[in-house]
Design a protein around this ligand. Structure first.
Ligand SMILES: C[S@@+](CC[C@H](N)C(=O)[O-])C[C@H]1O[C@@H](n2cnc3c(N)ncnc32)[C@H](O)[C@@H]1O
Length: 460
């Protein structure tokens, strides 16, 4: 790639940015050697072969080669997420603003699909904290719920709403991440096609949409709450200009982040000198293009009104006791039903769940445990992947790599077993899902929608 191959005017605009090194940027795009990185799941430790740590994220690691993740059962078990390294800077920001704050927090990830930053935030929060991961586009919600189900936590809710709907939850969240839809120039190296769609007119459209999204959702942030704003664009209109606008229109206060020179991140000051931002340029950092910043809200937008809780279904304590046998530390959770399904969420979140059920379209709430059929539980896939399951209450079958791939393809599995009943199908001790062991066959219950379709291991 040479400089002529970037979209018209793209490089000339970028070269005006302080701290931008054009030569290393062009070279990084010419070499086309985007680093591969994963972020490990702290709740599902596994023997990952990792090479070098991502400097701004303790769970992030670069890999020297890009393996076929599709054919790695540990990927399907939720032991790690494949995420480009710059994005993991959100972890650094989150840990800095959470440092001295022992109070539980409600965290919103507004533009969440496919869930890279949601799984990151889910790792960073504790059980008494809650994450609401929202995605406006309905068809993008399943991938978000699948990724969060793999992560295995019960302190997470997924919604499918417009930012305006969320904005009605006045002063509800302590921290919100707006990883805004943008013109995407930061992904040019990984996705050269994105260059064809880039134009100054589109940057302007994205800028307007970013302002609209932020104005709609900001009422939901508490006074003294934090907004983390990020894009994968290099354009000042989508980045520093947005920060100036937030400071001017909403009296927000910029929070400066500690960074080390050797990380290669460029700290910027917005044109009106109101805010700090953090820019990631390929060639200067080991990662893709990213912009991130953090601001504190200094105004009060009122409170959400109170209301009577009359939405809960009547449920029998006998049934709850039955469900509890499948859960570790069962008294830590609140159990509820949605249609015939039993779900569990960390008990601190009962009230919050109730409020969110009233205001939003919830697509996942805590962990779906399964359906009760008389004395039996028909276990849900989410339960298998969760870290709250009581593994002593169920059968477990350890699979080798070939058997695990057969299972993940939803094929017949070649195993000899004399056990009968529902069994977790494990790989290296990590559950992949359920199968039912019958006297003369095994029924494979891996969900059809997420099974492996490709036949031969290859690069993905
Ligand atoms: C940069 S992507 C988010 C990536 C995600 N945070 C991650 O780390 O995996 C932006 C998301 O914003 C969503 N989006 C698009 N238009 C939107 C709008 N008007 N309001 C809110 N979200 C929107 C897109 O569907 C997309 O999922």
């Amino acid at each position: 790639m040479n400089e002529q191959q970037f979209p018209h005017n793209f490089l000339s605009l970028l070269s005006a940015e302080n701290g931008f090194d054009e030569e290393s940027f062009i070279k990084a795009h010419q070499l086309n050697d985007a680093p591969t990185a994963i972020r490990v799941n702290p709740f599902k430790p596994s023997a990952q072969k990792t090479d070098q740590q991502v400097p701004w994220c303790a769970d992030g690691f670069y890999l020297n080669t890009r393996p076929s993740f599709t054919f790695d059962p540990l990927f399907h078990a939720g032991c790690y997420y494949v995420q480009e390294a710059s994005s993991m800077f959100i972890d650094h920001i989150f840990k800095n603003i959470r440092q001295n704050d022992a109070e539980p927090v409600k965290v919103l990830d507004l533009c969440a699909a496919p869930g890279g930053k949601s799984t990151l935030l889910n790792s960073a929060i504790g059980p008494a904290d809650l994450l609401l991961a929202n995605e406006i586009i309905k068809t993008r919600v399943p991938v978000l719920t699948d990724n969060l189900s793999r992560w295995g936590q019960a302190n997470v809710i997924v919604s499918n709403n417009d930012p305006k709907d969320i904005g009605r939850l006045k002063s509800f969240f302590d921290i919100m991440l707006v990883d805004a839809p943008c013109s995407g120039s930061g992904m040019f190296r990984k996705d050269p096609q994105a260059m064809n769609e880039w134009s100054e007119a589109n940057v302007e459209l994205c800028h307007q949409r970013q302002e609209r999204i932020l104005a709609d959702v900001l009422p939901a942030l508490k006074e003294d709450g934090y907004l983390i704003y990020s894009t994968c664009s290099y354009s000042q209109q989508e980045n520093e200009d947005i920060l100036d606008w937030l400071c001017q229109e909403f009296e927000m206060e910029s929070i400066r982040m500690p960074i080390y020179k050797e990380w290669g991140i460029v700290e910027t000051k917005s044109p009106l000198q109101k805010a700090w931002g953090y820019r990631f340029y390929p060639g200067q950092v080991k990662g893709e293009g990213l912009f991130a910043a953090c601001l504190k809200k200094k105004t009060n937008t009122g409170e959400l009104g109170t209301f009577k809780n009359n939405m809960q279904q009547k449920i029998s304590s006998k049934e709850i006791d039955q469900v509890k046998t499948y859960i570790n530390n069962p008294d830590n959770f609140y159990y509820f039903k949605v249609n015939d399904d039993w779900l569990a969420i960390n008990r601190e979140h009962k009230e919050t769940l109730n409020i969110l059920q009233r205001h939003l379209y919830l697509k996942k709430s805590g962990v779906r445990v399964g359906k009760l059929m008389g004395k039996d539980l028909i276990p849900d896939h989410e339960l298998a992947l969760s870290t709250i399951i009581n593994k002593d209450a169920v059968l477990q079958t350890e699979l080798n790599h070939d058997q695990a791939i057969q299972y993940l393809r939803r094929d017949n599995i070649d195993i000899n077993t004399t056990e009968k009943g529902w069994s977790l199908m494990n790989f290296e001790g990590h559950a992949l899902g359920w199968a039912k062991l019958l006297p003369n066959r095994i029924n494979n219950y891996y969900p059809k929608e997420i099974r492996i379709f490709s036949q031969a291991p290859g690069k993905d």
